[in-house]
Design a protein around this ligand. Sequence first.
Ligand code: ADP
Ligand code: MG
Length: 253
Amino acid sequence: MAEPGKITMPRDPLVRLENVEKHFGRHHALKSINLEIDRGEVIVVIGPSGSGKSTLCRTMNGLERIDGGTITIDGQPLPEEGRALARLRAEVGMVFQQFNLFPNKTVLENIIFAPRKVQRQSKTDAIEKARQLLARFGVADQQEKFPAQLSGGQQQRVAIARALIMEPKLMLFDEATSALDPEMVRGVLDIMQQLAAEGMTMVVVTHEMGFARASADRVVFMDQGQIVEIAAPNTFFDSPRSERANMFLRDIL
Ligand code: ADP
Ligand code: MG
């Protein structure tokens, strides 16, 4: 019952996961996941290895099919196949730990591939946008190189540019800095922080607790396929409610 005199606005989250289930054979990887992500919100997902963080990300752009519950993005149920799924992947950008660039395409070709193929952008437009993104991320002079000729930090900037050129509604970062040499981490985190400040809706799986404190609107703590806690970063880090979160933080901090 609504309280008298109190106006409750209907919620209009960008992403809504309801009772989402995922099994890999007998392994129950996601257990009744419920999560709503508002437009412009930055969610940082943390938890032990194997807790389901990557699987959670991958379900949100259709890389993993769910076997229970529902996911809607911008009010639309997640398509399972075909061109609708390709369009969804354009709207939900993902950046991986291992960059996942096409090794046999140049940097520029990597970035313009999806806009040309999925969005049917003209080559001139796609190249123009790609150049702007590369310049913004400080890798303009790398556009004719192949991924293997770039440092990890440069490859990850290219991977972020490749996702952003599609003008996604949502960006997923799955341990985007975990494979980088230490001196490369800051630059990539800075780019992520800029995107967050510009209002991008983001789900970020990371071990960078500094980033979580500075940029997260909410921290989601997962363990054994479940969301154990959702809290504001300072609340979570300073006084986690669950014993599992306490143990996790004790181990990593
Ligand atoms: P995290 O990213 O938190 O480390 P994951 O989401 O990668 O965890 O994995 C969650 C669990 O699901 C792990 O036990 C993992 O071994 C299992 N898993 C993930 N992907 C697959 C797969 N394709 N086939 C079988 N098991 C998988
Ligand atoms: Mg993972």
